[in-house]
Every structure is written in structure tokens, then in C-alpha cells.
Design a protein around this ligand. Sequence first.
Ligand code: IZC
Ligand code: ZN
Length: 422
Amino acid sequence: MLDLLITSCQVIAPKSDGGPLKGAAMAELCVIDKGAVGIKNGRIAFIGTAEEAAGLEAKEKMNASGKLLSPGLVDPHTHLVFGGSREHELSLKQQGVPYLEILAQGGGILSTVRATKQATDDELFEKGMFHLNRCLSYGVTTMEVKSGYGLDRETELKQLETAAKLNDQHPIDIVSTFLGAHAIPENYRGRPDAFLEEMLTLLPEIKHRDLAEFVDIFCETGVFTVEQSKRFLEKAKSYGFGIKIHADEIDPLGGTEMACGIGAISADHLVGASETGVKMLGENDTIAVLLPGTTFYLNKESFAPARAIIDNGGAVALSTDFNPGSSPTENIQLIMTLAALKLKMKPEEIWNAVTVNAAHAIGRGETAGALVVGRAADLVLWDAPNYHYIPYHYGVNHVNTVWKKGKKVAERKETYEIRSFS
Ligand code: IZC
Ligand code: ZN
């Protein structure tokens, strides 16, 4: 006897029997029109056609009336825990002040660092909850969350502890990354190596207390060089952390090649990745996490070479990069539209990039991002007739219902009462 049987839906089930989907395999997506999915004890117990499901008994049956049903989405790159906001930077952007210039003047990331230091534990937690609820409402059931707005021992740990508490208390599963190497704080100005040494001293405690699985660094002009990033990440790797990198986001420094060379689980941004970097992504296991919302919001013309990465055999995942500066949005559906129009990705590739490949990019390929009998039932039912519809109808939220581990955790309600005018 099933707990719940959802019928009459278009079910999309990304392939999940190997590692991440690479190259041409990214365009393969199992689609069951008139499908059905059954849940028992929080796990997926049946996937098939509605016809095959006809004889199944269930405590509750739900006729989905032709809607789309997908795995819960995975957002593999966010800076969710932070104090304050940066709306004042919008007018600077309009005046043409570049992102890295705002940072060099002590604004940008450093302004969020000041606000995060000032925030109490409770404030950070409540704000994190607010944003997490919004992520869930957009269909995300698993996500990565970075630190990096402390840049000192106390505040970096405060951020990681907040993420751990959010993971305990919110339905979304959070995977934590230590991004202490996010910028050079004022008191280390001109001394990046000394600052990186300081951040390395946190690693034993973070490992011991299991506060992060991954270590990341912002490899960028005026922040950390490729050489510094390589040394830092190799040290982190020797402590047993998985490694990630913000690479070639603004300037093409060669972080992509370096990441592939040292076995990073993902290299993120890659707007300025070189031809060699693109080729190496095809030849290595490093997943390209692309963040077109950031390129859009930085007001840039040229987007990451997604087509070249896929056509050279690489694996692409997509993410919001949710953060208060370069991508203030929790809307991963909008990112799917940008991926279609700006990255020229096919709808099937886009769905694989926000499910199975995103899960692999944060070490959750075996548990999240796919529909497999026996796995936790993380599901999204969409107010959409098919999977092409989500990237197509842009800028709004199409989620109808979200289940996490078989429990209904979000459901659309009318938020406005529209009154008749006559
Ligand atoms: O707060 O601006 N790029 N880090 C690297 C960010 C953007 C986040 C921010
Ligand atoms: Zn980022």
C-alpha cells in the first residue's frame, strides 16, 4: 500500500545510473507522458505510466491533471547566509562602476562582510530562513551554501554554524562550503598570502566539527591569483575537503585549467574560460557550474561558453549564485530561461543541469537530483503542461507543490485576492 500515488502527469526522470551527464548525454532525458509516481515511507516506490499504476493501492491518490512532475531541484552555488543588502550598488552599476572597482573601494563583498559581522546569530538565522523558504517555493530541495562574509575566524564560523542550524531546521538539505578566501579584508590589504595562511588555520576545526564539506576560493583580478588559489585548494584537499573554485568569472585568468588539473569537483562561473580550459572540462571530471543570472546582473554581453563545454564532452550544472551583490535572486526558474536564451542550452540539458548534474557538483549524485525507486521522494509538481514550459514562460514561479522526503513542504495558495471590478 503506497502512501501517495500521483497520476496523470508528465514525469521527467534524469538518468542517474552513472556519474554526471557529460557531452551529448546531457540532452538525454527520460520523459513519461501520462506518467505516475508512488511514494511510501518518504521514498519513491513506483515510477511508470498511469496505466501500469492502475492496479496500485494507495492511501491517497492525486490526479495531477496533466501537470509536470520533476525531481526536486538542486541549486549547487549560493551565498545564502549574509547580513544586510546592497541595493545602493545598483546606481553605481548604472553609472558604469565595475563590480571589481566597487570591491577595491571597500564596498561590494566587503560591505556585506561588515553587515554580517554586525548581525547577531538569530538575525542571520532568521534571514537565512526567509531566503530558504523562497528557494523552496521555487522548487529547490537541496542546495549548497557558502560562507565568505566573515573573513575572520569568528564570523566565518558563525556563518557555517548558521548554515548547519538551517540544515537542521529547514526542509531543504544544505551542503556547506567554506569560502573564507572570498576577498582580502581591510586589515590584510596588500598581504593576500598572510590572509590565506590565516584562513588555512581554520580548516582543522571546520573538519573536526564537520562544518563544511567543500572549500572554495574567489580566483579573480585583485582578489586571489591562480597560483595562490592552487596552493590554497591543494592544502584544503590534503585536509580531506572537496574543492571548488570561482574561476574566470570576470577576467580570464586560467582558473578553469587549474581546477581541472587539481581535481576540483566543480569550477564555477567560467565566463572567460579559455579554449584549453573548455577542452580540459571534457577530459576531466570537474563539473562546470554556470551562473548566467550573474552575467545578466553584472550587465555583461558575453556569457559562459556552455555550448562549447557540452560539445567538447563536459558536464554543465546551473545555479542561481544567490548572493546580495552580483545575483540577488532565489529564482532558479529564471536561470533556466537565461540558460536557454543566453547559453543556448537545450531544454533537456537545462533540466539535467538543475537536477542530476547539480547534485553531482555538490557530492549528492547518489541521493538527490533524480527519480529512482528507493531514493528519498523529493518532488516538484509544476503548474505547467510539459518540461519545455518552465524556461519558456519566464520570470514567474510555476511551482504548484513541493515534497521533501515524501512530505508536502510547500503548496501554492492564492496570494492575492482579485476582486471583480464591476
Ligand atoms: O557578494 O558579490 N562574485 N562573490 C564572487 C560574489 C560574487 C558575491 C558577492
Ligand atoms: Zn559565488
